[in-house]
Ligand binder design. Structure first.
Ligand SMILES: [Zn+2]
Ligand SMILES: [Zn+2]
Length: 466
């Protein structure tokens, strides 16, 4: 019965199409509501509209040039350059390669290219209604800022004192939060996320049931719609754990235990490295995960200690390491550090904490490996932005060092110690000293105390007078 009615509908559809095609003719293109006319009209190929590239780009205010030997069209508008070769499915926008489902082709001497590519190349949006054969393109004004071509990802290590809270901002409004600080940090984390424009949280990871990781999460769960919660499955008898568990339940979201899952959002993947292992120490239940954004990876350790580091398998390499357990000696073994091989280490830690975190031993290990260290106690919020190829680190605070009045604000954002020297000289400086800024990364040597510097044979700089 169903099959027969489908057949009848198909027949009617074909009849309508056969009848309709000559009446409707080629698709109409409306650019910002204005109908464009073409000498070679758009066409439909395999159900996809192909539209005249030059005519539409020029109507958008772009300059188009054509190189006949290579059959390549180049269009420039503002600081955006689009390069498309006939027959190729990989055009570039500002040298970034894009993928087309169908290649551009030449029809009667004109380049026809897929609608979505043409409409969106300069940041516009497109619509296509097969029923009315109307293509709509809404462009962005030339005076406006250039469209963001690359997919920016930002990882925010929120300064929650002696605790962890990491917000990952992905393209297309996908938001991940790993931990939420102590109970008292709840409002701060909610405020931080609100200011970043978070509407809902696609994935919330509670690494392990210590207060400095789950404490602020009930506030987060109450403030935002959360789609999915992952935790280690390890429970605790504490009041905060009970509140956390009850709030997750009340949220009615999907809940999973860590089990080596992976998730992808566009070009970004999140891999969980932990599952149902059993440990003596609650810290070792931490959900460990890695964010892969192309060439740049982030490793998030929670409070996992060396026993966990030792059992992790697979590719662990990452440019950015969230150091395990606030820089305690019980984490970040030399062997593990070598496997991660990070360029940057972030330590989430509170000023004057009673645990002595981060341990000088850990700092020395990071320093010896030439890793740039950022600490929330000295740097405030640490934000790493990446387009999947390179990354930049920004911080809200520059390290606070005891310094004379009227000294210019410190510039270096790295803070592996209180004093910095160069292996090429015998002077040590305050990090903001103009001589300190000239020291190349590879030559940096850091000291926690003046005594340490003196023992190493370094003398105080006469300019910054450390
Ligand atoms: Zn912790
Ligand atoms: Zn812990």
């Amino acid at each position: 019965m169903l099959r027969r009615s489908k057949g009848i509908i198909s027949l009617i559809l074909i009849a309508v199409l056969v009848w309709a095609t000559p009446v409707l003719g080629a698709p109409t293109v409306l650019l910002d509501g204005r109908q464009l006319s073409f000498d070679v009209p758009p066409m439909i190929e395999n159900g996809r509209p192909l539209v005249p590239l030059r005519a539409i780009f020029e109507a958008m205010g772009a300059t188009v040039s054509w190189d006949d030997p290579t059959k390549t069209a180049t269009a420039v508008k503002g600081d955006t350059t689009v390069v498309l070769r006939i027959g190729s499915t990989s055009p570039t926008i500002n040298a970034q390669v894009k993928q087309l489902d169908v290649p551009a082709k030449i029809v009667d001497g004109r380049t026809l290219a897929p609608l979505r590519f043409v409409g969106e190349a300069f940041g516009g949006t497109v619509g296509w209604d097969p029923a009315t054969q109307v293509i709509t393109i809404v462009s962005v004004p030339t005076s406006g800022s250039a469209p963001t071509i690359s997919e920016q990802i930002k990882v925010h290590f929120i300064d929650v004192g002696q605790a962890d809270s990491i917000y990952i901002e992905l393209p297309d409004n996908n938001d991940i939060l790993i931990d939420g600080g102590n109970v008292a940090d709840g409002p701060l984390v909610v405020d931080y996320l609100t200011k970043q424009g978070v509407d809902d949280i696609e994935l919330l990871i509670a690494t392990h049931p210590h207060e400095d990781h789950i404490g602020g999460l009930p506030d987060v769960l109450n403030a935002f719609r959360v789609e999915k919660v992952i935790d280690s499955g390890k429970s605790a008898t504490s009041k905060i754990y009970n509140t956390y568990a009850a709030t997750v339940k009340a949220e009615g979201c999907t809940y999973e235990q860590d089990n080596y899952q992976s998730y992808t959002w566009g070009n970004t993947a999140l891999q969980i490295y932990t599952g149902n292992e059993t440990w003596n120490d609650v810290n070792d239940y931490s959900v460990v995960c890695r964010l892969d954004t192309g060439d740049i990876e982030f490793m998030f350790m929670g409070d996992a200690e060396t026993p966990v580091e030792d059992i992790l398998t697979g590719d662990l390499s990452a440019e950015i390491l969230k150091v395990g357990h606030h820089g305690s000696t019980t984490s970040t073994s030399a062997a593990f550090l070598a496997r991660i091989n990070p360029k940057v280490a972030v330590i989430s830690v509170g000023t004057g904490n009673t645990y002595g975190h981060p341990a000088p031993e850990t700092l020395n290990k990071l320093q010896a490996a030439g890793i740039k260290v950022y600490r929330t106690d000295l740097n405030g919020n640490v934000v790493v932005s990446t387009d999947g190829k390179t990354y930049t680190v920004t911080t809200t605070e520059t390290p606070i060092i005891h310094e004379p009045e009227g000294t210019p604000p410190p510039l270096p954002v790295s803070s592996q110690g209180t004093y910095i020297g160069s292996i090429k000289s015998d002077k040590y400086h305050l990090p903001h000293c103009r001589y300190a800024k000239e020291i190349e990364w590879a030559n940096e040597i850091w000291f926690q105390t003046k005594e340490e510097a003196r023992v190493a044979g370094y003398k105080p700089c006469g300019v910054c007078k450390p």
